[in-house]
Write a protein that binds this ligand. Structure first.
Ligand code: SAH
Length: 260
């Protein structure tokens, strides 16, 4: 199959999606416009990616369908009860098969580009969104293959975190990005930040663009960009440099930059 999303569109319904995303959420409507916009919208419309949303509230017993309760041991707020979440997961998997299950949680492993690349190859993933004070710990123990956090801050719910995971993962699924866009040279892909970019006009509010980019010398441009990427990573994210795989030339560039 070609990498052109339009070709995939022709094949919608005849070929299975490359990634199925199951979302377990009390607020499925949060995802509606997000899943319709831009490249992700196209990937969903063409059938390259399928997204299913399931609400634990539909599996909660009683007239009020209560999904939360106060925490054992006391304290403020409410905790999501385990039964409706478990019942939602079981129902989804009984009908559509086992997924790689992620629980969104501030205490989880920090989600990064490597994690996104791994998820993009899994075929079927499930994102379990918490709310209130979080989800009863037994869901993490019994159901989650891993817990992931999108950063060291606390959101009101897992939906925005799940959206970040979906967007970062979906664009790595072959065919989702247009041919013109590359995931090879961008930030984090080689363990470093991306080089800075400019476009027209050549002069904007007194600021020009680096001469070398106008030179037409592709080898020089490539070398300059490698150096800029290293420079940027060194100054903004020195923690990445330590783990960054470097060529001979880049090691020399880095030594040079560190002397400045
Ligand atoms: N009391 C919890 C926070 C609960 S926030 C604590 O202190 O750890 C409610 C829900 O929002 C969580 O269950 C989780 O699903 C989601 N959430 C909040 N912050 C998040 C983050 N940084 N990454 C991923 N999910 C997050």
């Amino acid at each position: 199959m070609s990498d052109d999303p339009l070709d995939a569109k022709d094949a919608a319904g005849t070929t299975p999606p490359r990634l199925v995303i199951e979302i377990i959420t009390l607020f499925p409507e949060v995802f509606t416009s997000f899943l319709q916009a831009s490249l992700l919208g196209k990937a969903v419309a063409s059938g390259l990616i399928t997204v299913e949303r399931t609400n634990p509230r539909d599996f909660a017993p009683g007239r009020h369908r209560q999904v939360d309760d106060s925490p054992y041991g006391g304290g403020p707020g409410m905790v999501l009860r385990p039964e409706p979440v478990a019942a939602a997961i079981d129902d989804v998997e009984n009908r559509r098969g086992r997924a790689h299950r992620l629980l969104l949680a501030p205490s989880g492993r920090l989600f990064d580009q490597k994690c996104a690349a791994d998820l993009a190859t899994r075929g079927r993933i499930m994102l379990i969104c918490g709310r209130y004070e979080g989800v009863d710990e037994r869901i993490a123990e019994l159901y989650a293959d891993e817990s992931v956090s999108i950063g060291d801050y606390v959101l009101a719910g897992g939906e925005v975190a799940a959206a970040a995971v979906i967007e970062a993962t979906a664009r790595l699924v072959p065919g989702v990005l247009g041919c013109g866009e590359s995931v090879v040279e961008e930030s984090f892909s080689g363990g470093r930040l991306e080089f800075p970019q400019w476009t027209r006009p050549p002069l904007f509010r007194g600021l020009g663009v680096p001469e070398v980019l106008l030179s037409g010398n592709h080898a020089e441009v490539a070398r300059w960009r490698r150096r800029e990427a290293l420079q940027r990573t060194l100054s903004r994210r020195p923690d990445l440099i330590e783990r960054c795989p470097l060529t001979e030339e880049e090691r020399a560039m880095l030594a040079d930059l560190e002397r400045i």
